[in-house]
Design a protein around this ligand. Structure first.
Ligand SMILES: Cc1ncc(COP(=O)(O)O)c(C=O)c1O
Length: 353
């Protein structure tokens, strides 16, 4: 089969890392309970791994993908007359094709931010709706860690939002499709930015950091998880051959594989950003805090580069530097991005500008 050249489109364009592939092959033997039911060993082992990383007082549910983790996780916290507060750039708001609106039925209250992060001051104005029967009732603050703009919330920033949510009878949900990249970037552990700061529900991702498929909904308050197994099944996300999701996560959470993969992606993004910052025709347009690099580049350069390396244009509408139209693009690094991939890309830019 023809290998496709590596680009910077997204961290889910990469394949499965070798350790996970091995875990999948290992578990592909014999017959065991389907659906993770009963005392099925493979899921129980994975649950224990999650407890090692997040503490004992959690409930863990495997699902297929990140959209489902967000929709089912948040949907279990609210009624359709309540509302979700999120950054306008949140995956939940922009990239889930209205799944939250259809399956939760609730309104999303958007906050416009340049860096993808929100702060309590921006949520405050929505509180005036509480108790006013004509308005959706704000009930969940959803944040993405890493944000869709490549930035990372600090522990203090998350705690401030969680405290604010709880003081106002709301919950906090974290879309952690890239939580491993955030934890690696902050040089901390999973507990530090979730369990310890009051996150109520987490969508824990793996696909963007070396897994084949599978994401997780983690409840940090077991009461909130009440009846979630039924919501998952009704939500069409109960995987039948559950061992293939569970075993990937056991491997992922063993010997810091999650950190190793995330550090490679984050370090490659730093390298890429450093080299780009030396090219006068290009400029870095957002802080590079994890594995994404946002860059303003001359519009006419983009299709020429895309012939060789694919990546997404983030903002289609051009901005002008003098009379040169520039567009913002997003370059994502992955667990398998190499120094050679970056050098090849930079050499091509230098040849073309
Ligand atoms: C921030 C964020 N959340 C969630 C997802 C999950 O998406 P999917 O449903 O494709 O697994 C993605 C994938 O692009 C994402 O970037």
């Amino acid at each position: 089969m023809k290998a496709i050249k590596k680009g910077f489109a997204s961290d889910n364009w990469s394949g499965v890392c070798p350790e996970i592939m091995e875990a999948l092959a290992d578990i592909n033997k014999g017959h065991i309970f389907a659906y993770g039911e009963g005392e099925e060993e493979v899921s129980q082992t994975a649950f224990r791994k999650f407890e090692e990383h997040f503490g004992k007082d959690i409930k863990v549910f495997f699902v297929y993908n990140g959209t489902a983790a967000n929709v089912l996780g948040v949907g279990h916290l609210i009624n359709s007359y309540q509302a979700i507060v999120a950054a306008h750039s949140a995956h939940l708001n922009e990239d889930e094709c209205g799944a939250p609106e259809k399956f939760i039925g609730a309104k999303i209250l958007e906050i416009h931010t340049d860096n993808g992060k929100i702060v309590p001051e921006q949520v405050k104005p929505f509180l005036s709706s509480i108790g006013f029967q004509h308005h959706s009732q704000p009930k969940v603050i959803s944040i993405s860690q890493v944000t869709e703009m490549g930035t990372v919330y600090t522990k203090e920033e998350i705690k401030a939002l969680a405290d604010f949510a709880h003081e106002n009878n709301m919950y906090i949900h974290m879309d952690g499709a890239r939580i491993s990249n955030a934890v690696a970037a902050l040089n901390t552990d999973f507990r530090n930015i979730t369990t310890d700061v009051g996150v109520d529900v987490l969508s824990f991702g793996g696909t963007k950091n070396g897994l084949m498929f599978g994401e997780v909904v983690i409840f940090f308050n077991k009461k909130l998880a009440f009846d979630f197994e039924y919501a998952r099944k009704q939500g069409m996300q109960l995987h039948s051959k559950m061992r293939f999701i569970a075993s990937q996560f056991t491997q992922y959470l063993t010997d810091d594989l999650w950190r190793k993969n995330a550090e490679i992606a984050n370090n490659m993004a730093k390298k890429l950003a450093k080299k780009i910052s030396l090219i006068p025709e290009l400029s870095i347009s957002n802080k590079v805090e994890a594995n994404g690099v946002f860059v303003l580049m001359p519009s006419e350069l983009i299709p020429k580069l895309q012939k060789h390396y694919f990546f997404h244009v983030w903002k289609e509408s051009p901005v002008y530097e003098g009379n040169i139209p520039m567009k913002e693009v997003r370059l994502m690094c992955s667990w398998d991005t190499t120094k050679e991939d970056i050098d090849g890309f930079i050499d091509l830019i230098l040849e073309l500008v």
